[in-house]
Design a binder for this molecule. Structure first.
Ligand code: IPM
Ligand code: MG
Length: 369
């Protein structure tokens, strides 16, 4: 029984509200059938918050997120807000949430479900059974490094500056999470950087090697980020856990997502450090964006968000049983042949976003019967 767990829903923009509706369906199911009850709250983030409150993340919304036991976010952004000032842009709201909640560990698992091995852009034998985890550092690096900005030079040219900055402490804490996760998986870790070109890469490699000494049973390999991108599409099954910085993690996780058939399948968890009572702040979100081109058409794939909800049950609430139930129900509905357009294959049944949500509840019913 999980009552009084405070869960904040932030549907956001584009397809965010649609995919979140399907999670609500599963939350209701959990309440009625499994006696898993949440203390639910909902608020605005991203473009919709700009429209209604003048900024993409208000202090009140941030405070709610910090006080919740977990936050589930849909997606932010869209062309409507392209002209908005950088500091209040939809993306700025998301980055502020990550930074203020100190969610430094971003887990992006890429697993290929048997029913979808054919939907991958790679040959089936390269991806079938794939199960890798990208661990992305989320609160530092070039996303947040200073100085940054645009300046005009004396000769009238404009100069843009971003700073890639990491401290040994920041690298150490993400590496430790990586080694701990690898210990529960296949005991293999790839530390990914550009030590051949970047100072942050040199430090990253040094700290990874140091931390590795505390985990003698884990096999640590160093890899350059460009090589990693190539290896991900050449032989993805060589990886177990990939630990990398904020920018490389952003890029490599999109790449890994596609191996699974669609960006619409990938969930993520962003976790902070545990306090004395073991509580950690956490935000769960699909890796895909707001997909403004299909927003409001009931065509989006809600499975990444539903899997993000399952990750929340697993990591924030230790509810492995119900997380596994959602995972199995997902496999079953895909085996039934139901597909949203992004994962459509020959001979399968093309269905809508809400159809997938309903079918998931039907499969949950069968499993729980
Ligand atoms: C992601 C997204 C974000 C990022 C954007 C929306 C700011 O691409 O979560 O991967 O770059 O981190
Ligand atoms: Mg991204």
């Amino acid at each position: 029984m999980l009552s009084n767990k405070r869960l904040l829903l932030l549907p956001g923009d584009g397809i965010g509200p649609e995919v979140m509706n399907e999670v609500r369906r599963v939350i209701d199911w959990m309440d009625q059938r499994r006696h898993v009850t949440f203390d639910l709250d909902e608020d605005l983030v991203g473009g919709i918050a700009i429209d209604n409150k003048g900024t993409s993340l208000t202090d009140e919304t941030l405070a709610k997120a910090m006080n919740a036991d977990a936050v589930l976010l849909g997606a932010v952004g869209g062309p409507k807000w392209d002209g908005v000032a950088r500091d209040i842009r939809p993306e700025a709201g998301l980055l502020k949430l990550r930074k203020e909640m100190d969610l430094f560990a971003n887990l992006r698992p890429a697993t290929v479900l048997p029913a979808l091995a054919e939907a991958s852009s790679l040959k089936e034998h390269l991806v079938s059974g794939l199960d890798i985890l990208i661990l992305r550092e989320l609160t530092s690096g070039v996303y947040f490094g200073t100085p940054r900005g645009l300046t005009e030079n004396a000769d009238g040219t404009i100069e843009a500056l971003d700073s890639q900055r990491y401290t040994s402490e920041e690298i150490e804490r993400i590496m430790r999470v990586g080694f701990e996760l690898a210990g529960k998986r296949n005991k293999k870790i790839h530390s990914v950087e550009k030590a051949n070109v970047m100072e942050t890469g040199v430090l990253w490699r040094r700290v990874a090697t140091e931390v590795g000494k505390d985990f003698p049973d884990i096999d640590l390999e160093h890899m350059y980020a460009d090589n990693c991108a190539m290896q991900l599409v050449r032989e993805p099954k060589q990886f177990d856990v990939i630990v990398t910085d904020n920018l490389f993690g952003d890029i490599l996780s999109d790449c890994a997502a596609m191996l699974t058939g669609s960006l619409g399948m990938l969930p993520s968890a962003s976790l902070g450090a545990a306090d004395e009572s073991g509580r950690r702040m956490a935000l769960y979100e699909p890796v895909h964006g707001s997909a403004p081109d299909i927003a409001g058409e009931n065509k989006a794939n809600p499975l990444a968000t539903l899997q993000s909800f399952a990750m929340m049950l697993r990591y924030s609430f230790d509810d492995v049983e119900n997380a596994d139930l959602i995972h199995q129900a997902t496999i079953n509905l895909l085996n039934r042949g139901l597909r949203t357009p992004d994962i459509m294959q020959n001979g399968k049944e093309l269905v809508s976003c809400s159809h997938i949500g309903k079918a998931l509840c039907e499969e949950l019913d069968k499993l729980a019967a």
